[in-house]
Design a protein around this ligand. Structure first.
Ligand SMILES: Cc1cc2nc3c(=O)[nH]c(=O)nc-3n(C[C@H](O)[C@H](O)[C@H](O)COP(=O)(O)OP(=O)(O)OC[C@H]3O[C@@H](n4cnc5c(N)ncnc54)[C@H](O)[C@@H]3O)c2cc1C
Length: 404
């Protein structure tokens, strides 16, 4: 059988790109196909998100030779504070406080801006020796047989491969084409995202206020800047997005309070409707899913990309170990090892973020009292607090080698 490539990856977003780099580093010949042009992904306005990346994710980026270029623009997260909040009032005095000094490994994570990460990945895809990057082309069909898989592009070109990896996001057609069903629901919430500049330094502290319509995260960026992930009901979000910058800030300011001093917008405003979507299987014959194609979660814990990066580290380890042992790396028996490793963890986290969102995104007095007492109690238990910090740093569970 003549294969055009060992592994074809559908989707060259953040997860598809890093999946490709990890497998190319392990010696596989890779083809990545993405509907978007590379130029569009390198536009600094392409995506307003900034990612809180756990320590384990940073280790993967170090292993892939990406971190050196990202580090100068990445902001270490030194502390995390979380409390109930309301517009025009101080946050609840019962809060959770995590300080990175409580674990030995250092900062639990870093804030990395999409406008730095995405262009770097695009450049690396274009220069990697064993990656053929086919940007601006869509996969329109997939055919699987006992000996190979074929992807048919919108140009009618056919790519024959041993294995297809679907990194094509929440509406993954790769999963659909493999007959994989999804479980999930819309949240009726939208995250409003922007970057702010402010007078008072943030001291590397990430804050999360649980407001009745949804969480408000204020995340430190390099310099006197912060990334805002402000979750509102869909209806509120539509109204707020329609406001001009001055009115937008006037609604935001009383939610943040005055701890950052005077705030100003430092770039464009974005909005992301939220849903939960989990694929019922992560693998099928000659096919595996990673990133949001496998599990799209609520951003309340800033874990979506971190989960995808752990998929990548796990899948590349399973595939390269299989090949070293002389096994057929594309066989279902091998792919099932990846599913076994990742599916429980990701589903548990997806459901936990769902439960936290439901528990905190309301103004029920009884629930508010109970969760305030809960946060106050956890804060007084150093062992439990440390285990939360290790979880946030991505250091719990069976860590793939690329993250050790
Ligand atoms: C408001 C918000 C804040 C977030 N904050 C954080 C955070 O702080 N930390 C964190 O870890 N995560 C965070 N996340 C989650 C993170 O943004 C996502 O998990 C991540 O961006 C998903 O990347 P992906 O590559 O899997 O999917 P996508 O970005 O959806 O990429 C899929 C790619 O596939 C391509 N594609 C689709 N179909 C085809 C086709 N048929 N042919 C060819 N190409 C195709 C698309 O063009 C696209 O480039 C946040 C999410 C939101 C909404």
């Amino acid at each position: 059988m003549n294969y055009d490539t060992d592994i074809a990856i559908v989707g060259g977003g953040l997860n598809g790109a890093m999946m490709g780099l990890a497998l190319a580093k392990a010696g596989f010949r890779i083809t990545i196909i993405d509907s978007l042009t590379s130029k569009s992904q390198q536009d600094p306005q392409f995506d307003g998100r900034c990612y809180s990346l756990a320590l384990a994710s940073i280790r993967l980026m170090q292993a892939l030779g990406l971190w050196e270029a990202l580090a100068p623009n990445a902001q270490p997260i030194l502390e995390i504070k979380a409390a109930d909040g309301r517009a025009y009032s101080n946050p609840s005095p019962y809060f959770l406080h995590f300080d990175h000094h409580e674990i030995e490994e250092g900062p639990m994570g870093h804030m990395v801006e999409d406008r730095h990460l995405r262009p770097l990945l695009q450049q690396r895809l274009q220069s990697a020796a064993n990656i053929s990057y086919r940007a601006g082309l869509s996969v329109s069909e997939m055919a699987i047989s006992d000996t190979h898989a074929q992807l048919i592009l919108d140009t009618q070109e056919i790519i024959t491969t041993r294995l297809v990896i679907g990194a094509d996001g929440r509406q993954s057609q790769t999963a659909q084409r493999a007959g994989i069903k999804r479980t999930g629901w819309r949240y009726g919430q939208t995250s409003l995202v922007c970057a702010l500049s402010h007078d008072t330094p943030h001291q590397g502290i990430a804050c999360q206020y649980f407001m009745p319509p949804g969480p408000l995260a204020i995340l430190p960026l390099k310099g006197n800047r912060s990334s805002i992930v402000w979750t509102e009901s869909d209806a509120n979000a539509t109204t707020i997005m329609a406001m001009d910058d001055k009115d937008y800030l006037a609604v935001l300011q009383p939610r943040i309070g005055d701890y950052l001093g005077k705030i100003e917008l430092a770039g464009a405003r974005y909005s992301y409707p939220l849903d939960l979507t989990i694929a019922q299987n992560y693998v099928a014959p000659r096919m595996a899913l990673v990133g949001d194609a496998a599990h799209g979660v609520h951003p309340i814990a800033g874990q979506g990309l971190n989960l995808g990066l752990r998929d990548i580290a796990a899948l590349s380890e399973v595939l390269s170990d299989a090949r070293l042992r002389g096994e057929d790396f594309s066989s279902l028996a091998v792919l099932l090892r990846y599913q076994e490793w990742r599916r429980f963890d990701t589903t548990a986290l997806a459901l936990a973020t769902d439960a936290v969102n439901k528990l905190f995104s309301n103004d029920n007095t009884l629930l508010r009292t109970l969760r305030d007492l809960g946060m106050g109690a956890i804060n007084r238990m150093p062992t439990l607090r440390r285990s939360f910090i290790r979880e946030a740093a991505g250091l719990t569970g069976e860590l793939p080698r690329l993250m050790q």
